[in-house]
Design a protein around this ligand. Structure first.
Ligand SMILES: [Zn+2]
Length: 215
């Protein structure tokens, strides 16, 4: 693929030339220094919480795309492949429609539903840039194509979640850092766990059963 325009972009050139110093500065030094300087946190606390804990959490969540999204969920589009429409896909911020994504890997949205009908920030992001012309030639599987594939290899009984439930869960996930901070501060530590479990169960597309109905 020709990426010469990207590689020759001045900003990208700068980032590639100073990759290591930039990492040290933005990934480590700044997040350690801010709590230390602004509210008198000790350097070790700032380092372990704002760099190590944050990095561990972010990296593990990212890797969930290749574990959770290949394990726990339904297979409405192609029952013969491993990836699933992940139960915890709201936490994967757009990467969780994984059975669809592997069935139609060239579909920019990674889902047959747009960001209005399902919580899909990655699609909303691309659509936003498409609306101002920065993203173009977006490829999308047609409804007909999806239905045919679903009938042939998948599960036509698969039910999508309601818009309301989608966006309720989505908003919950997006504001996770804010309210978990306050709840932890209040020492109601069990609360976040309870809410996560309730939302995971509530978002099981076909109720509580994990049985795949592939014909
Ligand atoms: Zn995958």
């Amino acid at each position: 693929m020709d990426m010469s325009d990207l590689v020759n972009d001045p900003l990208v050139k700068f980032q590639r030339a100073f990759y290591i110093p930039l990492i040290i500065l933005i990934w480590g030094a700044v997040p350690t220094y801010i709590p230390y300087y602004l509210w008198g946190e000790s350097v070790w606390n700032a380092w372990f919480v704002c760099v190590m804990l944050r990095y561990t959490a972010v990296v593990n969540l990212t890797w969930c795309v290749n574990s959770a999204a290949h394990m726990y969920g339904m297979k409405p589009y192609d029952g013969s492949i491993v990836p699933v429409e992940a139960d915890m896909r709201h936490y994967l911020v757009g990467e969780g429609f994984h059975n669809y994504h592997h069935t139609f890997p060239w579909d920019y949205s990674a889902s047959e539903l747009g960001w209005m009908d399902a919580f899909n920030p990655a699609t909303a992001f691309i659509d936003a840039f498409a609306s101002i012309g920065w993203a173009y030639d977006l490829k999308k599987a047609s409804d007909d194509m999806v239905k045919k594939r679903q009938t042939r290899c998948g599960d036509v009984h698969y039910k999508h979640k309601s818009r309301f439930m989608e966006h309720l869960t989505g908003s919950f996930v997006l504001t996770l850092p804010v309210w978990s901070f306050f709840l932890l501060r209040m020492n109601v530590w069990l609360m976040p766990v309870v809410v996560v479990v309730i939302l995971l169960v509530g978002n099981q597309p076909n109720g509580f059963s994990r049985k795949q109905k592939v014909k």
